[in-house]
Design a protein around this ligand. Structure first.
Ligand code: SF4
Ligand code: SF4
Ligand code: FES
Length: 818
């Protein structure tokens, strides 16, 4: 990263080359007024408030890049006049309902009006009615309050990838022409647009493209876009903010739980909403709306506690999933070490084995990239993940690469999805057969690896897929054509030879890549497309998902990934399957099989500890706990209790069963250093972001070097290819576990998700017969799915969908209409 030297208002700063002036200023704590610009998204120039003077010229700070020696003035008299006029215009006809507006107290219109000293109004125009509308189950849009800053449309397109909303015509009164002559020009241009526009669903009147993430409500600077459930329930200043880590998936996003007493009569704290540092992190619908999953208990149930102690004393097995903290994982590991109880956790175990196979060959304990680094690449690939559903951060990264980095992408997945191609024009989809994931990896190795570095047998094997063929192509050639022309002056005729273009056919020899054909694409067409995709690309990333950890050939695939990293510029990021699968995989020595008396934690067993309120002994949910989680970015982040918990915790059991410290968070410092954790006390862990966007939450795991084994990879095993009726174990968007299911604003239900055509063919309900058991479920049409593979949700542990799939993510089944 090169550094350039600039001056802002006479002060010297060393900033990143190529940075926008606004970002450079923010990183150095210099304030430049700005409304429309969102860090991590493209500038839209909607507000024009960020005007500055750079080397004597007026520029927009969000859109002009720093240069060596640049001298910037933030406030010149002309700029101050423009800014004040812009704020006056924003205040024209803005409804005077601040007393009841949800944004009051944290409204950027209020703040900038005060900041820029607007105490009188120079402009007016008759108001026109603008509709208030509920867009979806969670979104409310008040067009009257909207200042058309386009933050919502920008975040939806550039970050989320749905592009569900855009500006639309509103038919406001035209501006008086005289304003054009009399008012500052940027303020006039902004007003002209504001007067003509509102925000509307991008596909007309229907509102079907939205994934209900609520990020548009987070970035809205005024009260125009709000959550329906939160509307009119609280003022910002009444709410207490508890910094935490979202507990739903392995993204581990930064969030604040915002609480206050439930009502005048009920003084127990209640979570009213979740907010986020939206400049640096984007949430999904589960993170934003799935917050009320707490387990309220009246007090300590001593009888249940005694029974739990007895259960642990006779336990052979502890069965648990990864919606637990690192500290709790360490407690369970301690029980294994001190009491010999086996630990069963299928999601973390599959991931652990995959990581081990990868590390064995790569020599690194962890995958190389985090997902913020993926966002910075300009060519991203994804294998083995349902990008839209498995993990929002992976999907946002894939989309963001296309939108901001003029990037390209390749998406390998058996389940058809019509959202991913909309991320960018350089996205190629390989909707391949289930079981051909090894072929996808071999193709990526072929496309990106330095062949000289590949083991000879791998090179020969890849070459065996190549063949030559002749192809007829049309080519433009310039031909000499001689014409007789009459000289206009002399009247004499003469011959003139000209070059004219002509299309001719010719035969060429082309190399056919059988790997491309095996993955369901035309090799010729792909070769041409790939050449275009690679233009001006310098940084390459691969996202790896859960399908691969549960693959029959998982170990070989992990080795192929390590081989790819060793021999090519492609770096890898992995999506841990559940919230804290990475933490559990590093902390616990997990078992493959175990039987006997089972104590279960948020799972099924003979004695159940449950944070869902339905077990033999209650436990606190993640929004009632202090502790840490290890997220997909390989970062250990703290989470805090937003709500009180009056019952027993796992550490209370530990104190009776083995030697244990006083508090759960006393375990934080004990997390295993040899696995990359640090000896940091919980209370010393930071939880925020710096002004330049640097993440200052917890700490990054350190990657340990290992001795790499000699590489030996297998060929593609086509016997693992599945045919027939195939069911995929996959949750709908916004559903990750029993806790997201418990939240009252998450509506996606348990069932079988199918493309609209497949859903119609299947009918309302089907019986699915697996090898061991049958299950009857409702069929739910998913407009974004394509093809015949159907998806069975696994978020309800009571349904034991993991058990039905028996350590796999795809199964061949028979289905019968019920
Ligand atoms: S909720 Fe999310 S997907 Fe829907 S419009 Fe807002 S930003 Fe776009
Ligand atoms: S709804 Fe909010 S974020 Fe969207 S354009 Fe209007 S004011 Fe801006
Ligand atoms: S922030 Fe630059 S134009 Fe709005």
């Amino acid at each position: 990263m090169s550094i350039v030297n600039i001056k802002i208002d006479g002060k010297d700063f060393a900033v990143k080359e190529g940075e926008y002036i606004l970002n450079a200023a923010r990183a150095n704590d210099v304030f430049i007024p700005a409304i429309c610009y969102l860090t991590r998204c493209s500038p839209t120039l909607a507000c024009r408030l960020c005007l500055v003077e750079a080397d004597g010229k007026q520029v927009y700070a969000c859109n002009a890049k720093v240069k060596e020696g640049m001298e910037i003035s933030v406030d010149t008299p002309n700029i101050l006049e423009e800014r004040r006029a812009i704020m006056e215009v924003y205040d024209v006809n803005h409804p005077l309902q601040c007393g009841v507006c949800d944004k009051s107290g944290e409204c950027e219109l209020q703040n900038y009006t005060l900041e820029l000293g607007v105490d009188s109004q120079s402009y007016m125009i008759p108001d026109t009615k603008r509709e208030t509308i509920n867009w979806s189950s969670v979104l409310h849009y008040d067009a009257g309050l909207c200042i058309v800053c386009e933050r919502c449309t920008t975040v939806c397109k550039d970050m989320i990838g749905d592009a569900a909303i855009s500006t639309a015509k509103r038919g406001g009164e035209p501006l008086d022409k005289a304003f054009k002559e009399t008012m500052p020009k940027d303020a006039y241009a902004m007003w002209n647009k504001l007067q003509k526009s509102v925000i509307a669903p991008s596909n007309g009147t229907e509102f079907t493209n939205c994934s209900d993430c609520g990020e548009c409500t987070a970035v809205c600077p005024v009260g125009a876009l709000t959550g329906r459930d939160f509307q009119y329930t609280s003022n910002a200043w009444d709410l207490k903010r508890t910094p935490a880590t979202c507990a739903h998936c392995s993204s581990g996003c930064q969030i604040y739980y915002e609480t206050k007493p439930a009502s005048i009569s009920d003084r127990d704290e209640k979570i009213f909403r979740v907010s986020n540092e939206w400049n640096y992190v984007s949430l999904c619908g589960a993170g934003r709306y799935g917050y009320d999953f707490e387990n309220r208990v009246d007090g300590k149930n001593e009888e249940a506690f005694t029974a739990a102690i007895e259960a642990f004393k006779k336990a052979d097995v502890i069965r648990f999933n990864s919606v637990i903290s690192n500290e709790e994982a360490l407690m369970l590991q301690t029980l294994k070490e001190k009491m010999g109880i086996k630990l069963i956790n299928p999601d973390a175990r599959a991931f652990q084995k995959f990581l081990n196979a990868y590390s064995g060959v790569s020599g690194q304990s962890l995958y190389s990239l985090d997902f913020k680094e993926v966002m910075a690449t300009d060519f991203v690939m994804s294998v083995g993940a349902s990008l839209r559903k498995d993990n929002p951060n992976a999907r946002y990264a894939f989309n963001n690469v296309q939108k901001l980095n003029k990037g390209a992408g390749m998406y390998f997945h058996p389940v058809g999805d019509n959202l991913v191609p909309t991320f960018g024009k350089n996205v190629e989809l390989f909707t391949h057969k289930v079981g051909l994931e090894e072929a996808a990896l071999y193709l990526i190795i072929d496309l990106f690896a330095d062949k000289e570095q590949l083991p000879e047998d791998v090179k020969t094997y890849i070459d065996s897929f190549k063949s030559s063929a002749t192809k007829t192509v049309k080519e433009k050639v310039m031909k000499d054509v001689t014409e007789t022309v009459i000289d206009e002056e002399t009247g004499e005729s003469k011959e003139v030879t000209k070059k004219v273009p002509e299309m001719v056919e010719k035969e060429i020899t082309v190399e056919k890549n059988g790997l491309v054909e095996l993955l369901g694409k035309d090799a010729d067409a792909f070769a041409e497309t790939f050449e275009k995709m690679m233009k001006k690309k310098e940084t390459f990333s691969l996202i790896v998902g859960e399908d691969l950890y549960f693959h029959e050939k998982a170990e070989n695939i992990a080795k192929l990934i390590a081989l790819l990293e060793k021999t090519s510029p492609v770096c890898v990021a992995m999506i841990p399957p559940k919230t804290n699968s990475l933490g559990v995989a590093l902390i616990c020595d997990l078992d493959d099989d175990a039987s006997g008396y089972t104590v279960a934690y948020n799972e099924n067993g003979d004695f159940r500890l449950s944070a869902l309120g339905d077990g033999d002994l209650d436990m606190p949910a993640m929004n009632q706990q202090e502790g840490t989680l290890t997220n997909m970015h390989k970062r250990v982040t703290p989470t805090n209790a937003a709500l009180e918990y009056k019952g027993y915790e796992l550490n209370d059991l530990m104190k009776v069963l083995v030697d244990a410290p006083d508090e759960t968070i006393d375990w934080t410092v004990e997390l295993p250093k040899e696995k990359g954790f640090q000896a940091v006390e919980f209370d010393s862990l930071p939880n925020g972001y710096l002004n330049d966007g640097t993440e200052n939450r917890g700490y990054a795991l350190s990657t340990k070097k290992k001795r790499a084994k000699v590489l030996k990879v297998d060929k593609i095993d086509e016997s693992s290819v599945l045919d027939g009726e195939i069911v995929y174990r996959c949750n709908p968007q916004r559903q990750f576990n029993d806790f997201s299911d418990k939240a009252h604003e998450i509506f996606e239900s348990f069932g079988l998700y199918a493309s609209p055509a497949k859903a119609e063919a299947l009918g309302e309900k089907v019986e699915i017969s697996f090898e061991t058991k049958s299950i009857t479920v409702s069929v739910i049409a998913d407009e974004r799915m394509e093809g015949d593979i159907v998806a069975l949700a696994d978020f309800k542990s009571a349904e034991d969908v993991y058990g039905l799939f028996d350590g796999s993510r795809y199964k061949t089944v028979t289905m019968r209409k019920v």
